[in-house]
Design a protein around this ligand. Structure first.
Ligand SMILES: Cc1cc2nc3c(=O)[nH]c(=O)nc-3n(C[C@H](O)[C@H](O)[C@H](O)COP(=O)(O)OP(=O)(O)OC[C@H]3O[C@@H](n4cnc5c(N)ncnc54)[C@H](O)[C@@H]3O)c2cc1C
Length: 916
C-alpha cells in the first residue's frame, strides 16, 4: 500500500508543479486548469473564455425591460430549469446572469444522476428531472445532454448492503429498476473493479450523467421559444423592497447597471452568491460556500460507457468522462469559503491535495488500475452547502415575493429539473405540488438562519457525513445545544438522551442514572481542532447505527408501556405556542382552520390548516380563550383570541403558513409567538389524573375537566394553563407553564408521581405510542401532498362555512379518493420496519410506508402508508378491507394486517379515562 501511495504522490507532485506556474501568475484562484481536456471539456473550454478589459468594453450594453412578472437571478442549473418550467406554465420570466450562462458552478459539474434515495420526495424530484429531460428531447428532437450509463452502489459491509436493499425496496413503488449484485456480478459490469475489495453492490441501470452546457442550452432555447428572456452580462446590484403599513416587506424590483426592472417576484438562483444576494434584500439564509473537487485521470482503455460508481463507505464516486475516469468525493476537511468574489466566472481553484488525498486509498483499492494511472487535470470549484444537505427553496417568510432555488449541495444537476418544476409551481400557484418541507427555507427558524456559526458547523458535518449510512435514528454532533428548553438541565440529570429538532434539544429516550452531555462540536478533528477526548453522546448514537432493533429498544419500550399502564411524563416544550388576536381573529381562524374553531371559550379543537389545493400545511390544536389575569399563560387582550399549539419540528412552518395567509387575505389579526415563554409538560396514562389531583386542588374528573378542554389552574402557587388532551391515546393532560414556574411544577409532578409509577418518557416512545393509536404525524403520514380526506381526517373538516382548501376537500368527499392512508401490523414479531417499505395487496404493489414504528403493546412492527388501486380506481373501504397484504422490507415480504383505523382502543375509551 505504501508503494502505491508513493507512486500516487509522485504523480500528483508532477502535476502540481505543472500548475504552480499558472497559479503564480494569477494568484491563488486560477481561471484555467491544465490544457489537456477531454472532448467533453473542449466544448466547455470554448465557453469559459475570460474576457480581457478591452473585450469587456466592447460587449453591447444589454437592454433590460422596465417590468417583468418574474426575475430570475442566476443562469446556472437552478435558474435555467426554473426559467423553463415557468415558461411551460405560461409565465415568461427574465433571467439575469452576471456573466455567461453556466459560468458559476454548473459548467464544471460532474453531472452524475442517481435515481435511488432514502426519501420518497427526493425520488420524485429526481423523476421530475428525468421527465424534464424527456420533455426537452421531445420538444427539440435532440438529446439535451443525458447519457444513461447506469449506476453502481458499492457496499463494503453487511450494514451498508442492508441500506442498499432498503433503497431497492423503496424504489419499487416508483418504478426504479435496481438489482442486488455479488462482487463477481459487479465485475462483469465494471471489469476494472477489484471484486475482492467489497461485499456487494446494487445496480440501477436508469442512472446516468448530465452534460451541463447541452442541458442549459436546451432549457434556455426552449424557454426563449415560449417568450422568456435571458440577459447575460447583467449583474443584479440591488433588490428593491417596500414595507407597508403593517410592516410587511415585499419585493418591488431589482437594479442592474443597465436599469431597474420592476417586479413583484424575484427568484434567487445565484448559487454560491445566493447568501450575499439575500443579504442585499435584508434577509438571511444558511448557505455556506465550499470548495468541492474531482480529479480526471489519464485515459484508460476500455472505460468508455461504464456505469458511474458511488462507493459510500469510501466516501467516493467514480465517473467516466470520455476515455478517462473522474474521481471525487466528500472529505472530512473541505475548504469552507467566506465568500466567492463577485467577478468569479468560469473559475476554478487550485486543488488542495491535503484535502483530496483522503480518497486515494479507497479509489485504488476499488479500481487498482488507478495505481498506475496519472492525473490529467483537477477540477476544484465553489459549490453551496447547507446545514442539512438539502437545497433552499420557496418564499422567504420575511420578504414577500423573494423566492429561492439555491444551496444545491453538489446535487444541483440531478435535482435541477424536479426542483425547477416545483419552484415554478410554488411561484405561480402559491405552493409546490410535492411535499417540499425538507427543501423549504422555512424549515429553519429565524434564529438558525441568522447564526452563521451554527450554519457553518452543521454544513460541515452534513458535508463530511454525506456518504454515511442513513440510519433511521441519527442525530448531528454539530450545532447542538443551540436551543435548550427550560427543563433541559433537569432532564439531563434524569438521564435524558437528547435528540435535535429544528435547533431545539428534546429528549429522545432516557437512561436513568446516567448523565449524557453533548460536547461542543470538534469538526471530527479537522482543521486542527482538538478532537473531543470523550464523547459519550457519540457512543450512544452509534447504538442506533443499525437496521435491526437497537440495544435500547426495550428501554424505550418500558417508557411506552409505562404510559399505557401507569403514567409517563413528556417534555413538549419546544412545541410552537401562538396567540392569534385582533379584531378579525375569529374570521381569520375560520378561514385558516378546517375544523369548527368558533366554539365556547376554553374548548380545544384538533384541526388541519390547508393550502388552497387542499394539501395539509399544518395540523395543530386551537383553543378559544378569553382575556385573563395577565402573564404568558393567561394573557390580557381585547375581544376574542385563540391559543394555537403546533408540533415543534414544524412549528416555524406552521407559524409562517398562518402568518402568510392572514397577510395575503388582509385579515385584521396578528399571531404572537409565545414559544419561548412557556414550557409544556404532558402527563399521560391511567394514573395521570391521580398525580395531578395530588398537586392541585382542582377537580380533574370528566365532569369538571372533560376531554378537549382547557382551564387555568394553580399548581403549588404557579398559574398554569392545563389541557385535557392526548397525543398518545390515553387519559392525559398538558400543562403549559410560564418559564419561571417550570422547575417547581416539574419537581412537584415527579414527587407526586413516585407512588403512581410515573416515568419520564421521550419522543421515541411518544412516536411509537401515537402510531400505535393511529394518530397522524405531520411531515410523515400527513403532508402538503395529502388531502385530509385521503388521510382519514374528514372528521376535522367542517361541512359549512368557508375555509382555505375547502373546495379540494369537498371534491374528494363527493368523488372519492384514489389513495387512502391505511394502518398496518406486521404478523411477524421479529422484523423491524423503518418506513419506505413496499406495500403489496393481493401480490400487487399498491404503496409504501410513510412511517413505521414498533408497537410495544402488540409486540410487532406497525406502520402507516397511502395505498392506491392497481387499476387507478377509487380506494374504498371494501377495497382496503378485502385484500391480503404483505410488506416488503429489504427485499423480503412479510404478511401484514391492514386496518382503516388502528385497532388500538377504537372507541377511544382510554381518552375518556375509561380503563375498565
Ligand atoms: C466538483 C463538483 C462536482 C459536482 N458533481 C455533481 C454531480 O455529479 N451531480 C449533480 O447533480 N451535481 C453536481 N455538482 C453540483 C452542481 O453542479 C451544482 O449544484 C449546480 O451546478 C449549481 O447550480 P446553480 O444554478 O445553483 O449555481 P450556479 O451554476 O453557480 O449558478 C448561479 C449563477 O448565478 C449568477 N449570479 C450570481 N450572482 C448574481 C447576480 N448578482 N446577478 C446576476 N447573476 C448572478 C452566477 O454568475 C452563476 O452563473 C457538482 C459540483 C461540483 C463543484
Amino acid at each position: 500500500m505504501t508503494k502505491i501511495k508513493t507512486f500516487w504522490i509522485n504523480t500528483v507532485d508532477q502535476y502540481c508543479s505543472g500548475i504552480k506556474t499558472v497559479t503564480n501568475e494569477t494568484t491563488r484562484m486560477i481561471r484555467t486548469t491544465k490544457s489537456k481536456l477531454s472532448p467533453w471539456n473542449v466544448q466547455l473550454k470554448a465557453r469559459r473564455k475570460v474576457l480581457t478589459k478591452a473585450e469587456e468594453t466592447t460587449i453591447p450594453r444589454p437592454t433590460v425591460p422596465e417590468f417583468a412578472d418574474v426575475v430570475i437571478i442566476g443562469g446556472g442549473s437552478a435558474g435555467c430549469n426554473a426559467l423553463y418550467h415557468l415558461a411551460k406554465l405560461g409565465t415568461n420570466a427574465i433571467l439575469l446572469e452576471k456573466s455567461k450562462l453556466t459560468s458559476g458552478t454548473t459548467w464544471h459539474t460532474a453531472g452524475m444522476f442517481w435515481r435511488l434515495r432514502p426519501n420518497d420526495v427526493d425520488i420524485q424530484l429526481l423523476d421530475g428531472t428525468l421527465r424534464t429531460i424527456k420533455q426537452l428531447e421531445e420538444e427539440t428532437g435532440e438529446n439535451p445532454g443525458f447519457i444513461q450509463n447506469g449506476g453502481l452502489f458499492i457496499a463494503h459491509n453487511e450494514t451498508r448492503m442492508n441500506e442498499y436493499k432498503r433503497l431497492v425496496t423503496a424504489g419499487k413503488y416508483f418504478g426504479i429498476e435496481a438489482h442486488v449484485l455479488t462482487p463477481e456480478e459487479t465485475k462483469k459490469l465494471y471489469p476494472f473493479i477489484d471484486e475482492k475489495s467489497f461485499t456487494g453492490a446494487i445496480y440501477s441501470p436508469q442512472d446516468g450523467t448530465i452534460d451541463p452546457s447541452i442541458l442549459v442550452d436546451a432549457l434556455t432555447k426552449s424557454a426563449k421559444g415560449l417568450g422568456s428572456k435571458v440577459i447575460e452580462n447583467c449583474p443584479v446590484h440591488k433588490i428593491i423592497t417596500q414595507e407597508n403599513d403593517c410592516s410587511w416587506k415585499s419585493v418591488t424590483g431589482v437594479e442592474t447597471p443597465y436599469g431597474t426592472i420592476r417586479t413583484k417576484c424575484v427568484l434567487n438562483a445565484a448559487g454560491v452568491w445566493a447568501g450575499s444576494l439575500a443579504k442585499l434584500a435584508g434577509v438571511n439564509i444558511p448557505l455556506i460556500p465550499m470548495k468541492h473537487a474531482y480529479v480526471v485521470s489519464e485515459p484508460i482503455e476500455g472505460v468508455q460507457g461504464l456505469p458511474n460508481i458511488r462507493d459510500h463507505d469510501g466516501s467516493l464516486y467514480i465517473k467516466v468522462q470520455g476515455s478517462s475516469l473522474q474521481i471525487g468525493g466528500y472529505e472530512p476537511n473541505p475548504i469552507i469559503l467566506k465568500s466567492v468574489p463577485r467577478d468569479f466566472s468560469f473559475g476554478l481553484y487550485e486543488l488542495d491535495w491535503t484535502v483530496f488525498n483522503t480518497h486515494v486509498n479507497a479509489m485504488v483499492e476499488l479500481v487498482p488500475k488507478l495505481k498506475t494511472t496519472g492525473i490529467k487535470s483537477t477540477v476544484c470549484g465553489p459549490e453551496s452547502f447547507t446545514p442539512d444537505h438539502k437545497p433552499l427553496m420557496g418564499e422567504d417568510p420575511k420578504l414577500s415575493g423573494f423566492f429561492y432555488s439555491c444551496g444545491y449541495n453538489s446535487a444541483g444537476m440531478m435535482y435541477g429539473g424536479g426542483c425547477g418544476e416545483q419552484i415554478a409551481s410554488w411561484i405561480i400557484n402559491g405552493r409546490p405540488e410535492k411535499h417540499m418541507f425538507s427543501y423549504d427555507v422555512r424549515r429553519f427558524t429565524s434564529d438558525q438562519v441568522r447564526d452563521s456559526v451554527w450554519a457553518n458547523e452543521r454544513s460541515h458535518e452534513a458535508y463530511a457525513k454525506n456518504y454515511s449510512t442513513v440510519f433511521p435514528h441519527d442525530s448531528p454532533l454539530s450545532g447542538r445545544n443551540f436551543k435548550k428548553d427550560v427543563f433541559h438541565n433537569l432532564l439531563i440529570k434524569n438521564g435524558a438522551v437528547m435528540e435535535e429538532a429544528q435547533g431545539w434539544e428534546r429528549p429522545g429516550w432516557y437512561q436513568p442514572g446516567k448523565i449524557t452531555l453533548i460536547p461542543p462540536y470538534d469538526y471530527y478533528g479537522a482543521y486542527g481542532s482538538p478532537k473531543n477526548k470523550r464523547n459519550d453522546y457519540a457512543e450512544i448514537l452509534k447504538k442506533d447505527y443499525t437496521f435491526d432493533f437497537p440495544e435500547h429498544h426495550d428501554v424505550i419500550g418500558s417508557e411506552a408501556l409505562s404510559c399505557r399502564n401507569k403514567a409517563a411524563l413528556f417534555d413538549l416544550s419546544y412545541f410552537g405556542k401562538y396567540y392569534l388576536c385582533g379584531a378579525q381573529s375569529q374570521e381569520a381562524a375560520n378561514y385558516l382552520f378546517t375544523a369548527n374553531v368558533d366554539r365556547e371559550v376554553n374548548r380545544t379543537v384538533y384541526t388541519c390548516a390547508l393550502n388552497k389545493h387542499g394539501g395539509v400545511e399544518a395540523d395543530c390544536t386551537v383553543t378559544s380563550i378569553e382575556a385573563g389575569s395577565g402573564g404568558v399563560a393567561d394573557p390580557i387582550f381585547q375581544r376574542k383570541a385563540f391559543y394555537i399549539v403546533a408540533g415543534g419540528m414544524s412549528s416555524y412552518h406552521t407559524f409562517a403558513h398562518l402568518h402568510r395567509v392572514i397577510r395575503k387575505k388582509g385579515f385584521e389579526a396578528t399571531i404572537h409567538d409565545a414559544t419561548e415563554t412557556m414550557g409544556i409538560l404532558s402527563i399521560q396514562g391511567p394514573n395521570s389524573r391521580y398525580i395531578l389531583e395530588e398537586i392541585t386542588d382542582k377537580d380533574f374528573s370528566d365532569k369538571e375537566f372533560p376531554f378537549s378542554t382547557s382551564k387555568i389552574i394553580d399548581v403549588k402557587g404557579c398559574l398554569v394553563r392545563a389541557f385535557r388532551l392526548s397525543f398518545v391515546g390515553e387519559l392525559g393532560y398538558e400543562l403549559h407553564i410560564p418559564s419561571q414556574s417550570c422547575e417547581k411544577v416539574f419537581n412537584s409532578l415527579m414527587e407526586a408521581g413516585k407512588e403512581h409509577g410515573l416515568k419520564l418518557a421521550g419522543f421515541r416512545a411518544m412516536y411509537s405510542l401515537s402510531c400505535e393509536k393511529g394518530y397522524h404525524l405531520w411531515n410523515s403520514d400527513l403532508r402538503i401532498d395529502d388531502n385530509p380526506i385521503e388521510a382519514g381526517l374528514g372528521f376535522v373538516c367542517r361541512r359549512y362555512g368557508d375555509y382555505n382548501g375547502k373546495k379540494a376537500v369537498n371534491n374528494l368527499r363527493v368523488n372519492g379518493v384514489k389513495r387512502k392512508l391505511v394502518h398496518f401490523h406486521l404478523k411477524d414479531k421479529n422484523t423491524p420496519l423503518w418506513g419506505l417499505e413496499a406495500i403489496y395487496r393481493d401480490d400487487k404493489l399498491v404503496g409504501y410506508l410513510r412511517r413505521a414504528e414498533y408497537s410495544y403493546v402488540y409486540s410487532n412492527s406497525i406502520g402507516q402508508g397511502y395505498i392506491t388501486h392497481p387499476l387507478g380506481e377509487n380506494v374504498t373501504k371494501n377495497f382496503i378491507e378485502s385484500g391480503k397484504y404483505e410488506i416488503e422490507s429489504m427485499g423480503k415480504r412479510y404478511p401484514a394486517r391492514a386496518y382503516l383505523h388502528s385497532p388500538f382502543d377504537p372507541e377511544n375509551k382510554r381518552l375518556q379515562g375509561n380503563y375498565n
